[in-house]
Design a protein around this ligand. Structure first.
Ligand SMILES: C[S@@+](CC[C@H](N)C(=O)[O-])C[C@H]1O[C@@H](n2cnc3c(N)ncnc32)[C@H](O)[C@@H]1O
Length: 233
């Protein structure tokens, strides 16, 4: 497939990671993959379940971000494809999805990093969640590039800020993760790059990167960020 963008060690594809991953290989996959938690604000009212009610609304209209289907269920094919593309996979998730993700991987996570945010990100159920997890998977073992610990206190991007993507991750968090797994000159893939935070992090660290997203809008946002056309709040 022809890349959407290819410049300075960064390649972006607009397409389905399921078709593209088998053609790619890298030193690490670093990805904030679909969670399978269906957090679109209207999901609760329309279909039940999920984390409905988050974000901003005017009446029943969601004014926060567009509705999407990709986050509704975790596709069991995704993790094996990531594991086949690189010797180590860093995968974001909600704490209660760990067992499911391990089932998809066919192995236990080798490490669990707790991203401890500076604010909670949902209503009490029964206590308000202030963390996300990052699991490290590898069939062959992982030698991290530098020392780090399992609790990462990094500020989250508040839901009231105009985000580039509803799941936009802080750049500092993604840089820390890329630094843990790749040295300058090595190559990482984020097959579910969204607004491209992982890719921007890699670029700033001199790590080569391949990003993929289903949405052309997110590919365009990523390219704007790479060209530094987007101002950060
Ligand atoms: C959780 S978001 C990533 C957000 C990103 N970390 C950021 O900072 O903006 C996951 C992204 O995966 C994309 N996606 C979902 N399924 C996909 C697939 N099969 N192939 C490629 N992209 C996919 C969605 O369009 C979404 O933008």
């Amino acid at each position: 497939m022809k890349p959407y963008y290819d410049h300075g060690g960064i390649t972006i594809y607009h397409g389905d990671a399921k078709g593209l991953l088998p053609t790619l290989h890298a030193d690490a996959v670093v990805t904030d993959a679909p969670f399978g938690i269906s957090d679109a604000p209207l999901a609760m009212g329309k279909r039940g379940g999920g984390h409905g009610g988050t974000g901003m609304r005017r009446g029943r209209d969601n004014t926060w971000h567009e509705e999407s289907d990709w986050d509704r269920e975790l596709d069991p094919a995704l993790m094996p494809l990531c594991l086949a593309s690189a010797p180590v996979v860093a995968w974001f998730g909600h704490w209660n999805k760990r067992e499911l993700v391990e089932q998809h991987a066919g192995m236990k996570a080798r490490a669990e990093i707790i991203w401890a945010k500076d604010m909670h990100c949902g209503p009490p159920c029964p206590v308000a969640r202030q963390d996300e997890r990052i699991w490290l998977f590898s069939a062959s073992g992982i030698t991290c590039k530098r020392f780090d610990t399992t609790v990462w206190r990094e500020p989250a991007i508040p839901t009231w800020r105009k985000k580039l993507h509803k799941n936009e991750k802080p750049l500092a968090l993604m840089k820390r993760l890329v630094l843990l797994l790749a040295d300058a000159g090595q190559i990482i893939i984020d097959p579910f790059m969204g607004s491209g935070t992982t890719i921007v992090a890699a670029k700033e660290l001199g790590v080569r990167a391949i990003g993929i997203d289903l949405s052309e809008k997110h590919c365009a946002t990523t390219v704007s960020r790479l060209r530094q056309e987007v101002l950060f709040a």
